[in-house]
Design a protein around this ligand. Structure first.
Ligand code: UDP
Ligand code: MG
Length: 308
């Protein structure tokens, strides 16, 4: 098979246990295609990841790498890999072998049939922890309610993109970036493949609860301003209720003489309204913060070392 080049982008953050096993599986598959490159993006790892990448590159120069000056996060690592790839199609996948490399052949076949994006959906019956299942379900539910951009449930960052789509991505300077949403947003002819994730090959998940929360918040606030509208709607309904209650209070004051009791209701409503106000301020802050970060126009990532 010839005539085209396949690029594979693999973000790796402290993946010393998995890298060799991944390469052992990946290279035989990619060797079927005449021309390929694998770009590992070392996302500021503190273990031996970079040394392993250097050794791999010495043995096989098609195994290239970029190394960040610090941990910038999975999504930015994906972006850096896409920016530096030069294949006719680019496949992104995790380093921990949860994304079965065997699927690459199917992806390329679909691409040759004319699809510009071939993405995968995780069929999470097994091999995925319960916490991940619950949080991921919740996230996709919220996302589909809130955002105009539709993201299929279980969409993974394991996908093939044609170089036309990758070029579009190169021009996107948005930060923080939510790749999954962006892929859906750019359009093009897309095809989805279901897959069953394997168990993580080695090491631990790099997505802590903290990282997942920020991933979810970024995802929603990058593609929707509905939470801001929610603030307005809630504000309006609370004001409506407050007006009615105020009216009731005045009536009670004018027409009866039992006004002093009722500390509980005052305390409860003050607490409730205080809490809601803080929540709404938080939502506002989330967007304002995004604007602030974007306005500084800093580079999305910093590369310390690269071998391409
Ligand atoms: N990853 C990364 N930077 C990070 C966190 C994760 O480059 O800050 C990489 C990680 O090495 C892996 C992929 O992103 O290749 C997915 O992470 P992980 O497998 O830990 O997530 P999970 O599969 O548990 O959602
Ligand atoms: Mg994983």
């Amino acid at each position: 098979m010839d005539g085209f080049k396949v690029s594979v982008v693999v973000p790796a953050y402290n993946e010393q246990e998995s890298l060799r096993a991944l390469v052992d599986k990946l290279v035989p598959i990619l060797s079927k295609y005449n021309n390929y490159e694998v770009i590992f993006v070392d996302d500021g790892s503190t273990d031996r990841t970079i040394e392993i990448l250097e050794t791999l590159n010495k043995k096989n120069e098609r195994l290239c790498y970029l190394s960040f000056s610090r941990n910038f996060g999975h999504q930015i690592a994906l972006k850096a890999g896409l920016d530096h790839s030069n294949g006719d199609c680019v496949i992104t996948m995790d380093a921990d072998l949860q994304h079965p490399p065997e699927l690459i052949d199917d992806m390329i076949e679909k691409w040759q049939q004319g699809y510009e994006v071939v993405y995968t959906l995780r069929d999470d019956v097994q091999n995925v922890g319960w916490l991940k299942k619950i949080t991921s379900n919740l996230f996709y539910k919220l996302m589909s309610k809130m955002a105009e951009t539709k993201i299929d449930r279980g969409a993974a960052d394991f996908r093939l993109m044609d170089k036309v789509v990758v070029n579009v991505f190169r021009d996107i300077k948005e930060s923080p970036l939510f790749v999954r949403g962006m892929v859906s947003w750019v359009g093009f002819k897309q095809f989805s493949i279901k897959y069953i994730p394997d168990k993580r090959y080695g090491g631990k998940t790099k997505y802590s609860v903290k990282k997942m929360t920020s991933f979810a918040l970024n995802g929603i606030t990058s593609f929707s301003i509905k939470p801001l509208r929610l603030a307005t709607l809630l504000g309006m309904s609370i004001s409506g209720l407050a007006f009615l209650y105020g009216f009731y209070a005045v009536v009670m004051f004018v027409f009866t003489n039992k006004v002093i009791s009722g500390w509980t209701s005052v305390a409860c409503s003050v607490l409730l309204i205080g809490g809601l106000q803080l929540l709404m301020l938080g939502i506002f802050g989330e967007y304002l913060g995004k604007l602030f970060m974007e306005s500084k126009n800093r580079p999305t990532y910093i590369i310390k070392k690269k071998k391409l």
